[in-house]
Design a protein around this ligand. Structure first.
Ligand code: FEO
Length: 399
């Protein structure tokens, strides 16, 4: 890695990573656990005539951004601030940077312009709207743009420097990690892909069709370096492009995801019997006790699990809230799940199954079976769980 003595990173000649790492952040969007923190990657591009800043940083890190930029130029000399995406972790500091660089223009899409004016009070006359026909000449370096709507907001664009073949896709291809390494190959490709898959599940999985369109555009560009706005960069882009092709294309594995919660062991016993039967059949099973596993792990497994089994008892007349949350998340993330089953138990009255089934309405998920037992499962009910394993085996064989 070509790191400068001042903590910035040389991405290409006169292209620098000037972002910040945020290892202490533990939650994103009030929803997504960040076990490894995150980073807000901003990039400085210095041409022979003009200078551009591509994306900025999360609120509270403006001074660190300016300090990094100052290693290479004065922030007042920036000519363009490119806003690929209007979410505040990248865009909130745009107006601050424009206040330092009095003559600079904000460069964004038409929808990005609406967002910049609405959220960040950027005046109309300081905004340049770009699309795929646009280019900005910095002198020896050109900024080109890729329309990438709904990745993951409607205004999103990517920025590309053809001379250096560096792509800046903002959130796309991102990962939430704040370790010291800057490139995927330094970090370990396998571990990087696990983090990238977690990120894809939580951010991009609901937008698989726009993702596929964007992947084709990226392949056509044939970038040498992919520099996202979270986590590591890729100087072997095929690694992340191929992974995204599988994930966005819903390439399924023959595996079963079981997400369960149990109060007194009745539901857990059925989960265990189902799991052991599936494993005996040679089927991969990923089973998670939701009280001991972050919801991110469940989201990550949803990317390539064709079968989801929810285990949740009735409590207070409805589904255990933890089980309901996992079911709701599956729906919200528009997981490519094909089949589901529900295992549930109750004492004096049911209610969980009705609620969980209702949460799956409106999806394309086919519910294979529901086993709802009063008290401990009896022999007949155990046989039903075993029959569910046979049914799942048959469905997986058809894939
Ligand atoms: Fe990293 Fe959608 O913001």
């Amino acid at each position: 890695m070509a790191k400068t003595p001042m903590g910035t990173v040389i991405v290409a000649p006169n292209v620098f990573w000037v972002g910040v790492k945020d290892p202490s952040r533990r939650l994103f969007d009030g929803l997504i656990p960040l076990p490894h923190g995150t980073s807000y990657n901003a990039y400085l591009v210095i041409g022979s005539e003009k200078t551009a800043l591509i994306d900025t940083v999360n609120p509270g890190f403006e001074n660190e951004l300016v300090d990094k930029i100052s290693q290479h130029t004065d922030s007042a000399k920036i000519d363009y601030v490119v806003m690929n995406h209007a979410e505040p972790d990248h865009a909130n500091a745009c107006s601050y940077m424009l206040s330092l660089a009095k003559d600079a223009k904000l460069v964004t899409s038409a929808k990005g312009k609406e967002a910049a004016m609405m959220y960040f009070d950027v005046p109309d006359e300081r905004i340049i709207v770009v699309d795929e026909s646009s280019s900005i000449d910095l002198g020896g370096k050109t900024l080109k743009f890729v329309d990438a709507p709904w990745l993951h907001w409607p205004e999103t664009i990517f920025t590309y420097i053809p001379e250096d073949r560096v792509l800046f896709p903002c959130d796309f291809f991102g990962s939430h990690v704040a370790y010291g390494e800057f490139y995927a190959d330094e970090f370990g490709n396998g571990h990087t892909l696990e983090l990238a898959k977690l990120y894809f599940a939580e951010i991009m999985m609901p937008f698989r069709n726009p993702s596929m369109k964007a992947i084709e555009k990226v392949k056509a560009l044939d970038p040498k370096i992919i520099a996202p706005s979270h986590g590591v960069m890729y100087r072997e882009p095929k690694l992340i492009i191929d992974a995204y092709t599988d994930w966005a294309g819903a390439k399924m594995k023959k595996k079963v995801l079981i997400a369960y919660v149990s109060m007194w062991g009745r539901t857990e016993r059925m989960v265990r019997i189902l799991k052991e039967s599936l494993i005996h059949k040679g089927i991969e099973v990923q089973a998670f006790d939701l009280t001991a596993t972050g919801i991110g792990e469940v989201a990550k497994q949803l990317v390539d699990s064709p079968v989801l089994v929810i285990g949740a008892p009735t409590v207070l007349g409805g589904a255990h809230p933890v089980g309901a949350y996992a079911t709701l998340l599956t729906k919200a993330l528009r997981a490519p799940t094909k089949y589901a089953a529900i295992l549930s138990s109750h004492g004096w009255s049911g209610g969980a199954v009705k609620q969980l089934s209702g949460l799956l309405e409106g999806t394309k998920i086919e519910v294979l079976d529901v086993v709802d037992v009063k008290g401990p499962a009896n022999d007949e009910e155990i046989q039903r769980v075993l029959k569910l394993a046979d049914t799942i085996e048959g469905k997986l064989a058809e894939l």
